[in-house]
Design a protein around this ligand. Structure first.
Ligand code: HEM
Length: 413
């Protein structure tokens, strides 16, 4: 069979396979794919035919070359992934984090309800970042001299605007101080992520100070934009679809009723698992939200695809977001309709709905995000009522944007 190179005959390729085509971004050749077969295949090829590649902006922040580069799979990635899953994975959520999450959410909503209104994305970012940072390095938002979420959002704004050197920022200085304190007083054992990686520095040579700082930055980066964008979008969608909100209220009131004599007892794992409709609302918001508009990889070797070849070195952009908006899978794809999930087959879902990516780089915060959102809705609809004071014009550039923000007034029920 004749194997063409993308560079040989691009036009006939894009004509024949509209879901995969070639373009260029910042002068570099990129193969863009919304093809479910190819995208699923590429997710399984991490470290074999492809590796993670977020182009130049991120290579100024994260080490993407050399032995301890963050994008390679292998011992370093395995160590980080399993350590993070130990912290944010299902077992930890079930055994430890769920009651803590409920407490933090209760506290946040109670504080928000004392204000005339709050901008949801802003306050949700701080809530999620502070909770995640507490698990990672025992960050204490109430007593810390530095406001981590303010320092962090400055970095994110500039990161998107221009390449940035992390050293010199308030974030970097704050984290260096945290590391120094831990190293000089090893007796202050906190049982967090930082304790564990500092304990492993002898054994794992790649755990240098710079690496640890970048790693913590990277994990917080994962939590910061994504969760708050989904929360802001939820409020926008729920205000447009009161019947969905009513469905959630009914589901959560039934949970309280089933507790019989203990309506105020903490949320249990079984109760979380029973929130069928709420989890469908979360799926629908993730589907429309498409927090990761494209997932980027670099071809390590020539990759054959449908009679053509993606040459080694080229960038591949997996546009899973387009799959999630495909009318072939999702009838009336732009409509916010959580009930659609009742009808969808689980095999169709796993192939076409990948808000958390796939393969061995699938988001380590996937279950954490769902538990966080479900617990948030549980507290919200059982204890509070809210009104949208000022909605936002939702945009995509390519990151989900909320113009002047989603302003909500919360009040106790
Ligand atoms: C709505 C919320 C979230 C969405 C939609 C999301 C989405 C994603 C996606 C699409 C990837 C794969 C990226 C790729 O393959 O290049 C990913 C990876 C990752 N996410 Fe998330 N994420 C979310 C929340 C979180 C949270 C809360 C954490 C914090 C624990 C987190 C930590 C990570 C990490 C560490 C990775 C890299 C995993 C690896 O390379 O092995 N994410 N996320």
């Amino acid at each position: 069979m004749k194997v063409n190179n993308f560079t040989d005959d691009i036009s006939s390729f894009s004509y024949r396979y509209g879901l995969i085509f070639r373009t260029s971004i910042a002068g570099k050749p990129v193969v863009v794919s919304a093809d479910p077969e190819f995208n699923n295949f590429i997710f399984q090829q991490e470290g074999k035919l492809v590796e993670l590649w977020y182009m130049d902006t991120f290579s100024n922040v994260f080490v993407l070359e050399g032995e301890s580069r963050m994008n390679a799979v292998g011992a370093v990635h395995k160590y980080i992934r399993s350590t993070l899953l130990g912290l944010f994975g299902t077992e930890s959520l079930k055994e430890k984090l769920l009651p803590q999450l409920e407490q933090v959410i209760n506290k946040s909503l109670s504080a928000w309800s004392t204000q005339a209104s709050v901008e949801v994305k802003h306050v949700a970012s701080a809530m999620v970042l502070n909770f995640s940072a507490k698990q990672i390095f025992s960050y204490d938002a109430e007593n810390s001299p530095e406001n981590l979420s303010e320092a962090y959002s400055k970095i994110i704004d500039s990161l998107i605007a221009f390449p940035l050197n992390i050293p010199g920022t308030v974030y970097h200085q704050c984290m260096k101080d945290v590391l120094k304190e831990r190293r000089t007083s090893p007796e202050s054992h906190r049982g967090d992520f930082l304790d564990q990686i500092l304990k492993d520095t002898e054994k794992e040579k790649f755990l240098t100070e710079d690496f640890i700082l970048q790693l913590i930055f990277g994990v917080l980066f994962g939590t910061f934009e994504s969760m708050s964008a989904i929360m802001a979008l939820s409020f926008t969608k729920l205000s447009e679809h009161p019947s969905v909100l009513e469905g959630m209220i009914a589901e959560h009131e039934a949970i309280l009723k089933n507790r019989e004599n203990h309506p105020n007892s903490p949320l249990t794992w079984d109760e979380y698992k029973s929130m069928t409709f709420t989890l469908q609302v979360i799926n629908e918001t993730l589907r429309l939200g498409n927090v990761a508009p494209g997932i980027l990889r670099r071809a390590l070797k020539d990759i054959p695809v449908k009679g053509f070849t993606v040459p080694a070195g080229w960038t591949i952009m997996l546009v899973t977001s387009a799959q999630q908006l495909s009318p072939n899978t999702f009838h009336n794809p732009l409509e916010f309709n959580p009930w659609r999930w009742k009808e969808l087959d689980s095999r169709v879902i796993s192939k076409n709905f990948m808000p958390f990516g796939g393969g061995n780089r699938q988001c380590v915060g996937a279950e954490y995000s769902k538990v966080f959102l479900a617990t948030f809705f549980h507290v919200l609809v059982t204890k509070y009522r809210w009104t949208l004071v000022k909605g936002a014009k939702v945009s995509r550039n390519p990151i989900l944007g909320f113009g002047k923000g989603v302003h909500v007034k919360f009040s106790e029920k």
